[in-house]
Design a protein around this ligand. Structure first.
Ligand SMILES: NC(=O)c1ccc[n+]([C@@H]2O[C@H](COP(=O)([O-])OP(=O)(O)OC[C@H]3O[C@@H](n4cnc5c(N)ncnc54)[C@H](O)[C@@H]3O)[C@@H](O)[C@H]2O)c1
Length: 195
């Protein structure tokens, strides 16, 4: 009867606590009514259905999330970030390479990310909502700003065996962990902006 009265085809239903008793029952009900169901829960879900997507998440995360304003310059500039160990290993490969002797070789990942997106990555790692506040004095003058920096590393990859080992988030996590331990952090004055 219910199948005839309601049809949820092309509808998306979000169910929180979807691994629990009521959550499972209600997920099954909506699936039987042709809905696409997104279930969210901190506990694993046994429900298997091609129209069921499970999101392993704590729904209170957003409420608990700490917020912090950060002062920033140009949010749209993009940069190609390379973890320092990968940079060092690239230099080692270049030094070993006879073909690169006296040659210019670019070192980088060959991908770019905007500062705005980078902040989102850092937010996720810190589990803290970072709210960027653009400050005029931190925005570089148009003529000195480089809007995009993306490395063309084809030559390096072709001539040497170098490959970066760290993905952006891996490098950020290591850097954040190291910076948290760093005793010098007390000397760091983020309120002073120096060009
Ligand atoms: N079962 C009943 O007869 C009944 C009656 C009245 C009210 N309720 C209420 O309805 C709700 C669901 O009942 P139930 O029987 O399905 O409970 P349940 O304990 O079987 O399921 C609750 C689910 O919520 C998940 N959960 C808990 N905290 C979470 C969080 N922060 N983020 C994401 N998921 C989280 C748990 O992992 C669990 O899978 C409860 O609040 C319950 O008190 C239940």
């Amino acid at each position: 009867m219910i199948n005839k009265l309601f049809n949820f085809k092309n509808k998306v239903i979000l169910i929180t606590g979807s691994s629990g008793l009521i959550g499972t029952a209600i997920s099954k009900l909506f699936l039987s009514l042709n809905a696409r169901v997104y279930g969210m829960d901190i506990s694993k879900n046994k429900l298997r259905n091609r129209n069921f997507v499970f999101i392993n998440n704590d729904i209170t995360d957003d409420v608990k999330t700490e917020k912090e304003k950060i002062k920033i310059g140009n949010l749209n500039a993009t940069r190609d970030f390379l973890y320092v160990e990968d940079l060092c290993s690239a230099y080692e490969e270049i030094l070993k390479s006879e073909r690169l002797f006296g040659q210019v070789a670019n070192v980088g990942i060959d991908s770019e990310i905007s500062i705005k997106k980078l902040i989102l990555h850092i937010s996720k790692i810190l589990k803290k909502k970072l709210i960027p506040i653009v400050e005029k004095q931190r925005v570089r003058p148009k003529k000195s700003e480089v809007a995009r920096l993306k490395c063309n590393n084809k030559k390096l990859l072709k001539i040497t065996n170098w490959k970066p080992k760290y993905k952006l988030d891996d490098g950020l996590k290591i850097f954040i962990k190291w910076k948290k331990k760093d005793k010098d952090i007390k000397n760091y004055k983020p309120e002073n902006y120096n060009i």
